[in-house]
Design a protein around this ligand. Structure first.
Ligand code: ADP
Ligand code: MG
Length: 249
């Protein structure tokens, strides 16, 4: 479904992502691990179209994404949940999620973000989808509350609901478990496993290597922007280069 070839991005003199080639199959759950600064978030931002590569290509279903902007990629079904919590303040939890249904169009995104009036039938449809997404992540009881009143764990769930509301084909999760308590982590891991079972293609960046090992079909390991290992969780975990990269952190 997704293939990157020779993907590179540098900031000043530092290569954040260097000559990365990887292929993710439809329905796969791919774990992406690596020490801090390995280039994991940069890779996701390149795929989602929030950054432009210096070199290399990204193909979705065999078609190059080229210079397609982020909202165009969202329309093709690429959804990203960012590492840092991003909720729209001054909006309810439900309104925050409804923004996700419009991420695929620039106009729609702003219509939702600014809460401009919309055709009421369309509005109801999107509201239903938002409520379904909220139910999926266990936030039904929070729908009418201000988004900024949510504890961190629920803000994460909110972002996940927003991504799901758009009906994605490829879900990019950037350290979704960071800052969560043990029980919240378990609930999140269960939800990710469920989405995977439902056939969603997922790329998961996570610091919690045990969680990735449990969930992923395959794992790609990045270090200093390069792929240093790629394979089944068992193979990757015992790879001496992986052990060295983590011990060197
Ligand atoms: P990871 O998510 O694996 O921790 P990042 O992709 O965030 O790694 O960062 C990879 C490297 O690129 C790091 O050295 C980081 O400092 C650098 N970097 C990332 N984003 C920027 C940016 N916007 N400007 C300058 N340097 C950046
Ligand atoms: Mg990161």
């Amino acid at each position: 479904m997704l293939r990157t070839t020779g993907l590179s991005k540098h900031f000043g003199g530092v290569y954040a992502v260097r000559d990365v080639g990887l292929a993710v199959g439809e329905g796969e759950l791919r774990g992406i691990i690596g020490p801090n600064g390995a280039g994991k978030s940069t890779l996701f931002n390149l795929i989602a179209g929030h950054l432009r590569p210096d070199q290399g290509t990204i193909d979705l279903d065999g078609r190059p994404l080229g210079r397609l902007p982020a909202h165009g990629r969202a329309a093709l079904g690429i959804a990203i949940v960012f590492q840092a919590a991003r909720v729209f303040r001054g909006m309810t939890v439900r309104e925050n999620v409804m923004v996700g249904a419009h991420a695929g169009t620039r106009a729609g995104f702003w219509t939702a973000a600014l809460r401009l009036p919309r055709h009421s039938r369309e509005e109801r449809l999107i509201r239903d989808r938002a409520d379904a997404a909220l139910a999926r992540v266990g936030l039904t009881g929070w729908a009418g509350r201000p988004a900024e009143s949510l504890p961190l764990g629920q803000q994460r769930s909110l972002q996940l609901a927003r991504a799901l509301c758009g009906g994605p084909r490829l879900l990019l999760l950037d350290e979704p478990a960071s800052g969560l308590r043990a029980a919240e982590r378990r609930a999140l891991a269960d939800l990710i496993a469920e989405l995977h079972r439902d056939g969603l293609t997922i790329m998961l960046v996570e610091h919690d290597v045990a969680m990735v090992t449990r969930l992923a079909d395959r794992i790609t390991v990045l270090d200093l922007g390069r792929v240093i290992a790629d394979g089944t969780p068992e193979r990757v975990r015992s790879d001496p280069r992986v052990v060295a990269a983590y011990l060197g952190e």
